[in-house]
Design a protein around this ligand. Structure first.
Ligand code: SAH
Length: 356
C-alpha cells in the first residue's frame, strides 16, 4: 500500500469508514502525499493528457472566444482572465497569444487558481512576463467582469456517492476489508432525500463542492458581469452510474489500490451544475459536445492555416490532434467532453455554444 494508503487505513481504524468525498480530497489534496501536491501528472510521461497539451489550437480557439466575449461585454479594462486548475499553464499561454492578435493592445490581467506548488512552478515558467497572479481559491479573484476558464478542473472536485439498496439509499464509504486493505462499503443506515426512486444497485454522485463553486461563480457573474467556461468529461442528462475512476500511466486503475499515486476523478454532472447556475440567476449556454464547440469556433480552418507553414510531419501531427480533439466515438474526446458556459443574463448567444 502507498504511504497515504497506510495513513488512510489508520484514520479509518481510529474513526471509522470515510465518505468518497473525504477519500478523494485526501488522495488529491493531502498536504504531503496528495496526488496533485507531489507531481506534474500531465503529458506523455505523466498519467493523462489534456486537450491543451494535445494541441496549441485548443487554447488559441478559447483565446479567440474570450476576445469575442470581452467585446460583447463592452471591452472592460483590464480584461480579467482567470483559470481554475491551469495545469502547466499551456491553455493560458496559448489563449493569451491568440488574444493579443485578436484584440491587439488590450490590457489583460491573468489570474490562476492553483493549489499545487509543483504546477504553480510550471505555470510561472510558462507565463513569465504576463503579469499573472496566483490564488488558492476563486474567492480572492479581483472584482469585476471576468472570463473564467476551467478545463478538466471540476472532475477532480470531491463527490459523495449513494447506492440504492432494497432498504433505500446508503452512502458509499471507504472502510477496511478483511485483509485490512481499503474496501468499499455502505453506511448501515439509509439516508433520505437523495434522488427519485431508482433500481437497486444504482449509484448517484452528489458533487457538493462543485455545486457550491458553480453557485458562487453564477452569483458573481450575475452581479459583476462575465462568464465561466467549463470544459470537462461528463453527462448532460441526469443519470446514475458509478463514474469514480482512477487513472495512472494512461490506463484505468483501481481507485483504492494506491491512494495519492493515481488521479481520481468523477464524471461531471452538467445537468446538476446547469440547474444550480440557473437557480442562482445565471444564463446557461450549452452544454455542447467538445467536437461541436471547437468546430464552431473554426478548428478546421485554423488547422488548415497552421498546415500552410508546416512540413509533412507537422501536418500529420496537426491532423492527428484535430482528429483526437473532435473524436465523436462515445469514449472519444469530441463526444465525452462537453462545454458549458455560465454567464451573466443578457450576454450572448456565445460563439460555439447553442443558445440554451
Ligand atoms: N486545466 C489543465 C489541468 C487539469 S488537471 C489542463 O487542462 O491541462 C487539474 C488541475 O486542477 C491541476 O492544475 C490541479 O493542480 C488543479 N487542482 C486540483 N484541485 C484543485 C483545487 N481544489 N483548487 C485549485 N486547483 C486544483
Amino acid at each position: 500500500m502507498s504511504p497515504l494508503g497506510r495513513e488512510i487505513a489508520a484514520l479509518i481504524r481510529e474513526t471509522g469508514p470515510i465518505g468518497i468525498d473525504r477519500y478523494m480530497a485526501l488522495c488529491l489534496g493531502h498536504p504531503v502525499h496528495g496526488y496533485y501536491r507531489t507531481r506534474d501528472p500531465l503529458g506523455a510521461r505523466g498519467d493523462f493528457t489534456t486537450a491543451p497539451e494535445i494541441s496549441q489550437m485548443f487554447g488559441e480557439l478559447i483565446g479567440a472566444w474570450a476576445a469575442w466575449v470581452h467585446r460583447a461585454m463592452g471591452a472592460p479594462a483590464p480584461l480579467l482572465l482567470a483559470e481554475l486548475g491551469p495545469g502547466r499553464g499551456t491553455l493560458m499561454a496559448d489563449a493569451l497569444r491568440a488574444l493579443a492578435s485578436a484584440a491587439p493592445g488590450t490590457r489583460i490581467a491573468p489570474h490562476l487558481v492553483e493549489t499545487s506548488e509543483v504546477l504553480r512552478q510550471a505555470q510561472a515558467q510558462r507565463l513569465a512576463g504576463t503579469g499573472a497572479t496566483w490564488h488558492d481559491s476563486p474567492d480572492t479573484l479581483p472584482d469585476g467582469p471576468a472570463i473564467i476558464l476551467a478545463n478538466e478542473f471540476f472532475d477532480c472536485l470531491p463527490v459523495r456517492q449513494f447506492v440504492r439498496t432494497a432498504a433505500g439509499w446508503h452512502e458509499r464509504l471507504v472502510g477496511l476489508g478483511e485483509d485490512a486493505g481499503l474496501a468499499f462499503g455502505l453506511s448501515p443506515e439509509p439516508v433520505a432525500g437523495i434522488a427519485a426512486d431508482m433500481p437497486t444497485g444504482a449509484v448517484v454522485s452528489v458533487p457538493g463542492p462543485a455545486l457550491a463553486l458553480v453557485r458562487g461563480l453564477a452569483r458573481r457573474v450575475c452581479a459583476q458581469g462575465g462568464v465561466l467556461l467549463l470544459v470537462d468529461y461528463g453527462h448532460v442528462r441526469p443519470g446514475y452510474g458509478d463514474t469514480l475512476q482512477a487513472l495512472a500511466d494512461h490506463a484505468f486503475a483501481d481507485p483504492l489500490a494506491a491512494p495519492g499515486e493515481a488521479d481520481l476523478t468523477c464524471h461531471v454532472d452538467f445537468a446538476a451544475l446547469g440547474l444550480a447556475a440557473r437557480e442562482a440567476g445565471a444564463a446557461v449556454h450549452g452544454p455542447v459536445d467538445q467536437a461541436d464547440f471547437l468546430t464552431g469556433l473554426g478548428l478546421h480552418e485554423r488547422a488548415g492555416r497552421l498546415k500552410l507553414r508546416a512540413d509533412a510531419t507537422q501536418a500529420d501531427a496537426i491532423d492527428a490532434a484535430v482528429a483526437r480533439l473532435t473524436d465523436r466515438r462515445p469514449e472519444g474526446m469530441g463526444c465525452l467532453f462537453k462545454v458549458m458556459a455560465i454567464a451573466a443574463p443578457g450576454l450572448g448567444p456565445l460563439p460555439g455554444l447553442a443558445p440554451a
